[in-house]
Design a protein around this ligand. Sequence first.
Ligand code: ADP
Ligand code: MG
Ligand code: ZN
Length: 484
Amino acid sequence: MTEFIATIGLEVHVQLKTRSKMFCACAVEYGAEPNTNVCPVCLGMPGALPVMNAEALQLTALAGIMLGCEIGPVCKFDRKNYFYPDMPKNYQISQYDQPFCLGGHVPLHDLAYPKDAQKSIATPDKKVRLVRIHLEEDVAKSFHMETATGIDFNRAGTPLLEIVGEPDIASPEEAFAYLTVLQQVMIYGGISDADMEKGQLRCDVNVSVRPVGTEKFGTKIEVKNLNSISGVRRALAYEIPRQIEVLRSGGTLQQETRRWDDARGETSLMRIKESAHDYRYFPDPDLLPVKTRDLVAAASSRKPELPWEKRARFVSDFGVSDYDAAVLANDLDLASYFESAARAAKKPKNVANWILNDLQSALSSTGALIRECPVPPAALDELVNLIDNGTINSKQGKEVFAEMFSSGKAAATIVQEKGLKQESDAGAIEAFVDQAIEAHPGPVADYKAGKTSALNFLKGQVMKLSKGKANPALAGEILEKKLT
Ligand code: ADP
Ligand code: MG
Ligand code: ZN
């Protein structure tokens, strides 16, 4: 049976995080009363003149810099002509042959893949190349009701990036990773909040299949209406086998646009592409070409550390594992919490463990954000120090942490109040060890006969006798000494 491979290329639209629209002063505001943020420019009234939003231009340059694109000395805006009810000018201001950014790439990393796929990554450290990034205005939003359609022009004219990827993606999981990284870059740069549920990041998926060993790409089918990254993965996981099945059963595929139905978990035909659209692009006579030099300089000065740079730095500066660094850098607030704790910590790796385990689970059980964490970074450092220097053991540490989280008290105060100090006095521990040996001759005999696991049982008894206060390492040492 012929084997097939898939080819995937994504076109991603990202809403820029600006206060005002692309060519007028109307506010960009999510969830505002429909048709309240409008003016003659964004309503497409004849004679109204567009004025470029400098911040949108700078954010586009920033996106290009962060993704390693080439930015030419001049870019320009063109009119893309077509008729649609949500676009009253009958053209969209976009960029055609001189887009803002060319080339660039999105570097995938293990943790960006879906959890269940992280162990079987086909091409680790893959880089997906970009074709271009251009800046355009968004159109209005249609609301289809039972018997009528309403149009909200609040979105019309808001600044939108289009990020076009090369068809370098080979699986639904890679598409998932690509979008995850792209989303993270947008958030890191403050370019967009990139929330797919809010439509701030939208994605059209192009996918084709071809027999293994052949060069020519198969017929490209476009899938629309995707509103989550996992939806993109599922749509591809449905669409690829569907296309292969058609070809295997002797059928042919035609260029078409399909709709993803998330609830049913399948794609269905929307329309057939009979011919390429002729948008009759031409330079917008109301907008002069843009010299990019100053914009690039301004954007460079606000370029943040990139997610992959942050991960590498966490590993080299703080000695955390690649995996922990990736989890910490996944969220900017979490990363900055870790960083302020780690900078002052004696053992940053131990601080990372506390953040990734106890702190994260306490936060998720209360539904709080890291920004609202009742335990500030310095207070966590103090707790970790008390454990590292043997004042309390790690089990006591958990008890202290829970109390810190609920009361906001300092670790040292809680240790004092609860009388939690770890017992590190050898004489005191020896007494508990003697009691444990006396009370459990069976396990003692087992241990002497070579059953090493019996030691753990005895150690547990010592801990119990000490009411959890004994220094566990010391208890183990003394036990071993007594038994040999
Ligand atoms: P169109 O002119 O139809 O918009 P483009 O060549 O501009 O097509 O490509 C649009 C998107 O489709 C790009 O992201 C590209 O990577 C992807 N693409 C192009 N050809 C294929 C193909 N044969 N299979 C899958 N994706 C493709
Ligand atoms: Mg296209
Ligand atoms: Zn306006």
